[in-house]
Design a protein around this ligand. Sequence first.
Ligand code: CA2
Length: 152
Amino acid sequence: MTDTMRVLVLHGPNLNMLGRRAPEVYGSASLADLENLCRSEGEALGLEVDCRQSNHEGELVEWIQQAGGVYGGLVLNAGAYTHTSIALHDALEAVGLPTIEVHLSNIFKRESFRHHSYISPQAVGVICGLGFDGYRAALLALARRLKGNKGA
Ligand code: CA2
């Protein structure tokens, strides 16, 4: 498979806790369930999907930097770093890969500090509030884009 049809799904801090706490906000399925869904949805779309999670900002920065030339695109749920991290913004700008920002919850229905994202200006699109379906939509959009269809 060419690098263009590889997608890296990145999860930021605390998303390893999915399914263990706060099911009313994030659902009851685990991060492993979500990663399995991403891999199988990706396969159906002709994508090879790798998934990683970190609680450390610098590690996420390094993974984004290293994704250049290896992956065709990124799906990024940066967790709370979404709202704080200029470093992630700059890493996305530097790598230049098409990135779809995803949030499980509708960040605009929540506290005002979640309404601003440092990721969005670097993303081709943003999806929030759809739970796991947001990842399905992100992978579909990336697959279509990587195959040369930019949105029609
Ligand atoms: O809705 C999302 O996907 C978020 O990116 C999740 C982040 C939050 O800081 C963002 O504002 C929106 C938090 C992830 C924490 O995940 C947990 C899962 C289970 C239990 C506790 C935390």
